[in-house]
Design a protein around this ligand. Structure first.
Ligand SMILES: *Cc1c(COP(=O)(O)O)cnc(C)c1O
Length: 369
């Protein structure tokens, strides 16, 4: 049995530290705010090499609050990649803005700079740079466009903790960034959790206030905000897990390298391509295959779990029928039925990787065996 994700196995490797951390939080009743949240925010901003980190309730809230903090004119257009999780686009609509989908790059799957250029209008105010599957977006090209047209760059880092663009950590490059610590992410809590990072003190302050009922002190509400806070238990757990993130990330990269060198001769599948400027942290290892469903079934029969990210491109979702981009000739619209995510993570060993690649080759016939 090869699991797609194995959080129980991961817990076993850090059990004592986690159990102690949880007990400490409960003993001190440090449930909301307090020292564990402040400690994790400091550690995570150090990790990202960014000045400010604001813990929030989850990654979706992080995106929503980040956009709200920018105080864009109601009805602004925000460009979102056509291949992502719906949270990337939801955050736009929920702030009263208009989603404009742009296509994704056929090699790295992140937002296509060429396609963005076709979609910028006088109403465009921001771009959501989703570092999809753990691959950083082309940040220099995005910044050039942003400078030229006066746009904000919001980084969606939910899948890319620790990824780097030309040696710089993602989450420290755009105007403001959103992280998710959903349990299955590269850095995951034991429940919902998220964070906003930025080098802009004013945006950090605004975000913190929005996430905490429009206040800094206890009852000095300056405006109406909401309740979206990182809780103490999750913060303490994240502090423990953050120490292991570099080691776990290395294991993801080793697994990805194994796939890349052992599957490169299988002509029926298309492997992901990493740009030379990217440190890709492989939240997901996504291949393309026209026989996707049959291949997944074959692997499942051998006890190998796979996933699909995402089975329906965002413009083709019922939720976005109104945007009328479902029938546009987009790479993302065309390939969603061919995407297959292979298992990846610190839980895999060389034996698992051998089993997976062997099973894939077996499916495509004796010439690969
Ligand atoms: C997981 C994810 C989110 C949302 O994070 P939650 O913590 O689940 O709310 C946002 N964007 C992307 C790309 C994601 O993968």
């Amino acid at each position: 049995m090869v699991k797609f994700l194995d959080l129980a196995a991961q817990y076993e490797t850090i059990k004592n530290e986690i159990d102690t951390a949880i007990r400490d939080v409960i003993t001190k009743s440090a449930f909301i705010g307090g020292e564990y949240v402040a400690k994790f925010e400091q550690e995570f901003s150090d990790y990202c090499n960014v000045l400010h980190c604001v813990g929030v309730g989850n990654g979706t809230d992080a995106l929503e609050i980040a956009i709200e903090a920018l105080e864009l004119e109601h009805g602004s257009e925000i460009i979102v990649p056509a291949n992502s999780f719906i949270a990337s686009s939801e955050a736009v609509t929920r702030n009263g803005h208009k989603i404009v989908f742009a296509d994704c790059d056929a090699q790295s799957y992140v937002i296509s700079i060429e396609d963005i250029k076709k979609r910028i209008t006088s109403k465009t105010k921001a771009i959501i740079a989703v570092h999809l599957y753990g691959h950083p977006c082309d940040m220099d090209a995005l910044k050039e466009l942003a400078n030229l047209h006066g746009l904000y760059i919001i980084e969606d880092c939910a899948q890319a903790h620790g990824a780097e663009y030309k040696g710089q950590k993602i989450g420290s490059i755009g105007d403001i960034a959103a992280f998710s610590f959903y349990p299955g992410k590269n850095l995951g809590a034991y429940g919902d959790a998220g964070a906003i990072t930025t080098n802009n003190a004013e945006l950090a302050r605004k975000s913190r206030m929005i996430a905490n009922h429009g206040r800094i002190g206890k009852y000095d509400h300056e405006f109406e905000g909401r309740n979206s806070r990182l809780d103490g238990l999750q913060a303490a757990i994240l502090s423990v897990k953050l120490k292991y993130l570099p080691e776990w990330t290395d294991k993801r990269i080793i697994a990805a390298e194994y796939y890349l060198s052992n599957l490169n001769n299988v002509e029926q599948i298309t492997l992901p391509v990493r740009h030379e400027w990217a440190k890709q942290v492989y939240h997901l290892f996504v291949i393309r295959c026209t026989e996707r469903d049959d291949l997944a079934k074959h692997l499942a029969n051998q006890g190998i779990q796979t996933g699909v990210h995402y089975p329906i491109s965002l413009p083709k979702l019922k939720a976005y029928e109104y945007a009328k981009q479902a029938n546009e000739e987009l790479f993302s619209n065309r390939v969603d039925a061919t995407l297959l995510s292979l298992p990846i993570g610190e839980h895999l060993n060389i034996h698992d990787l051998e089993i997976i690649t062997k099973s894939i080759k077996e499916y495509f016939g004796s010439k690969y065996m």
